[in-house]
Design a protein around this ligand. Structure first.
Ligand code: FAD
Ligand code: DHB
Length: 389
């Protein structure tokens, strides 16, 4: 049994855990990050792609924005398409100059890991059997195994950044959870083909939702609404492209096809666990909440949580004041529920669902976003992250 100490023990090396470690380092607070998978797995996992203005600014601020600036792309607008008619939402014009940056989450994670290791930060991959002990005390412990050895890490504070399937959330007593499943899922592909668009296209079609996103001048990311219980084997590449061609079709525009490098199906879910803290244990990111992917918010919310937490820990270590730490859950949950509302709204606006009455109401809502500048501004503010606290 090997025992060590640190100030902040962080479970999970996703965006939340890694950004937190950087912010703490900048405040002179020591941390150890413990990750279940190996480095190659974490760096290869294809997930989110849209960074809010504030997330991109934060990555710049902590010194990991160079590759994002050279290889990512700044988008000042986004397209919504309803039954073949494309409508551009001028994000920057509607939000006083704000924009989104399209840059793959796994690239963000690669940049964060490289920067963390460059400053000699402690980041352990391939740990298993993680358990949280003494979480009611002011000396919580993370127990884990690595390379056959048992370890115990005594901490001032433990932060669960271990995603939706992690263990940290289950250590919070009297946790209340709120959940909503949707009657559809997303099939996502990464394709070796130049994007057929400069800005994202979110398309509503009678056959279901489709999304054209981008990764680089040679790589496209596309999604299709599918049934929630769909098997990926039912979707050979030819069927995926056929369906994308139908749903994304718009007059005078063509969708280029290419080899599919990666494909997978992800459920859409809304989930919130309250409170996001217990004594010296804090939850951040997907460990505490999940939003349906339509609003492109999950990674941004994860980063927003740890910004609040890092600030509160900085105050606590510098001054001994606990008020910001005590308010952590309430502060984060205000944003979380606002973002839940937007993500759910955007999901219901863009997917095929419900009966004929629902469809008529949805069509009215879609027309309103296209016809009213006020409605478009609401969408734009939420999408770039200007409408959150
Ligand atoms: P995670 O990224 O899940 O990281 C948790 C880490 O903890 C993982 O590395 C995991 O291996 C590790 N872990 C788990 N259990 C343990 C354990 N017991 N011990 C130690 N480590 C553990 N969000 C956006 O903002 N924009 C988008 O465009 C977007 N699109 C998405 C598209 C798809 C297809 C998917 C699936 C998600 C998308 N998201 C998007 C959501 C986004 O990817 C997540 O919200 C984000 O990864 C959350 O970061 P996190 O650090 O909280 O959790
Ligand atoms: C991407 C993912 C999303 O969930 C979204 O709403 C927009 C883009 C992407 O992976 O690029």
């Amino acid at each position: 049994m090997r025992g060590t100490d640190t100030q902040v023990g962080i479970v999970g090396a996703g965006p939340a855990g890694l950004v937190l470690a950087h912010l703490l380092h900048d405040s002179g607070i020591e941390s150890v990050v413990l990750e279940l998978h190996d480095r190659a797995y974490v760096e290869a996992r294809v997930r989110a792609g849209v960074l809010e203005q504030g997330t991109a600014d934060l990555l710049d601020g902590i010194g990991v924005g160079d590759r994002m600036r050279s290889e990512g792309s700044v988008h000042r607008g986004v397209n919504l398409q309803f039954l073949g008619r494309r409508h551009r939402i001028a994000l920057s014009e509607l939000t006083g100059g704000k924009a989104i940056t399209v840059y793959g989450q796994q690239e963000v994670v690669k940049d964060l890991i490289a920067a963390r290791l460059a400053v000699g930060g402690e980041l352990q991959f391939g740990v298993d059997s993680v358990g949280l002990e003494s979480v009611d005390t002011d000396r919580p412990v993370i127990s884990y195994r690595q390379a056959g050895h048992e370890h115990r890490l005594r901490c001032d504070v433990v932060v669960g950044c271990d995603g939706f399937h992690g263990c940290s959330r289950h250590a919070v007593p009297r946790l209340r959870t709120y959940e909503r499943d949707y009657p559809f899922a997303w099939l996502g592909i990464l394709a070796a083909v130049a994007p057929s668009t400069d800005e994202l296209i979110y398309a509503f079609h009678d056959r279901g939702f489709a999304l054209h996103s981008l990764r680089s001048p040679e790589l496209s990311r596309l999604y299709l609404q599918v049934e929630p219980d769909e098997e990926i084997e039912a979707w050979p590449d030819g069927r995926i492209w056929e369906e994308l061609q139908v749903r994304l079709a718009s007059e005078g525009w063509t969708l280029a096809e290419g080899p599919v490098l990666e494909k997978g199906i992800t459920a859409l879910r809304s989930f919130v666990a309250e409170p996001m803290q217990h004594a010296r244990l804090f939850l951040a990111g997907d460990a505490a909440h999940i939003v349906p992917a339509t609003g492109a918010k999950g990674m941004n919310l994860a980063v927003a949580d740890v910004v609040v937490l890092a600030r509160a820990l900085d105050t606590w270590y510098r001054t001994g004041r606990e008020d910001e730490l005590r308010a952590y859950s309430a502060t984060c949950l205000r944003r979380v529920w606002r973002v839940q509302e937007f993500s759910m709204w955007m999901t219901m606006l863009m997917h095929r669902h419900g009966d004929a009455f629902t469809r008529r109401v949805q069509a009215a809502s879609q027309a309103y976003v296209c016809e009213s500048e006020a409605a478009a501004r609401c969408l734009a503010e939420s999408y770039v992250g200007a409408a959150t606290l």
